[in-house]
Design a protein around this ligand. Structure first.
Ligand code: NAP
Length: 310
């Protein structure tokens, strides 16, 4: 059993990490570090340095904080000889994650840059179905309401918070997993609210080495029904990965899938990596986001506030 600590007890830690850890026999959660929150029944620390120095002897940490602070936390943990699980996105820049990967190698510890959407039930069947098929075009629609899914999370619109790419990168993590070839960005438009440092909507165009066009539309202001869909048109029919990867359809006919267990899958993978003495750091989704910031046309749009101002 691996002694585990968790850092940043916020929405995702409570919604997903705590139940998944409790359901994974390979881990025993012994300590949490969070400035304003604690977890019943385990040791509490104000920050990761105190947790690493604490008496529980944690061997691994899961970082569930916003991406802007992750590098310093992960670096401290790796230097202290701990294995590290990074929530997505793995950092605020590509280079800082590469720095961590090099440090993990030097320290002979596991670094796991997790992409939870890749563990959604439709993803591996979709990848298998697409192998060997000619792909005509790909369409991604990822539209959700930031007020519902990220209430009051100002960090998401701060530099390094990614804005609408915080959910959009989940779509990119699926597409980079299921498509048989790598692809690259050819153009983008990014809509920045006048009072924010990260986009609230984005339109992206990519092609692959065979000129297949991949288009993506990300929106953070979708009210009503939420959309997390990927459609791949092929010579063998149209594949749809729906609802963030929990549905799979071929030509409109639903395929049976196992129940959702993304975070259990992530913790099983983390345990497997630790046992094998390996790391798993795939930067492809974050690279596409960085390219959009490099290449995209910036448009200013109406200011955004989480709650209406009085
Ligand atoms: P959150 O609710 O804001 O929680 C993050 C926690 O990190 C906070 O509660 C805070 O706890 C701590 N923290 C440390 N430094 C912070 C800082 N400078 N600013 C704000 N909080 C800080 O965010 P979340 O939704 O859990 O997201 C965390 C990460 O998980 C993000 O990378 C996100 O992309 C990823 N994720 C989120 C979801 C989701 O549905 N929300 C889904 C999958 C992945 P203390 O104040 O107690 O220190």
């Amino acid at each position: 059993m691996i002694r585990l600590g968790i850092v940043g007890v916020g929405k995702i830690a409570r919604d997903q990490h705590l139940p998944a850890i409790a359901a994974t026999p390979a881990f025993r959660l012994l300590a949490a570090a969070s400035r304003n929150a604690s977890v019943d029944g385990i040791a509490h620390y104000r920050d990761i340095d105190a947790l690493l120095a604490g008496g529980e002897g944690v061997e691994a940490v899961a970082l569930c904080t916003p991406p802007q602070g992750r590098h310093a936390q992960a670096r401290a943990a790796l230097l202290a000889g701990r294995h590290v699980f990074l929530e997505k996105p793995p950092g605020a820049t590509l280079s800082e994650v590469e720095d961590l990967a090099a440090l993990a190698r030097a320290q002979r510890r596991t670094l796991f840059a997790s992409w939870h959407s890749r563990y959604a039930p439709a993803v591996e069947p979709a990848r298998a179905w697409l192998q060997g098929r000619a792909i005509h075009r790909v369409r991604v629609d990822w539209r959700e309401d930031v007020r519902v899914w990220h209430p009051g999370q100002d960090w998401i619109f701060a530099p390094g918070g990614l804005g609408v790419f915080d959910p959009g990168i989940n779509a990119l993590s699926i597409v980079t997993r299921i498509l048989p070839r790598a692809f690259f960005l050819t153009g983008a438009t990014l809509d920045f609210p006048l009072n924010r440092q990260a986009p609230i909507a984005a339109e992206l165009a990519f092609i692959d080495g065979e000129d297949t066009v991949i288009r993506a539309s990300f929106d953070f202001l979708q009210s009503g029904a939420q959309t997390w869909d990927i459609v791949v048109e092929t010579d063998g029919g149209a594949l749809r990965v729906g609802r963030g990867g929990s549905e799979l359809e071929i030509d409109g006919v639903a395929r049976a899938l196992p129940a959702e267990a993304e975070y259990r899958g992530l913790y099983a993978r983390f345990a497997e990596l630790i046992a094998a003495g390996e790391s798993d750091v795939d930067l492809a989704p974050l690279r596409h986001v960085a390219d959009a910031f490099l290449r995209g046309e910036r448009r200013s749009v109406e200011a955004f506030e989480f709650a209406a101002q009085n």
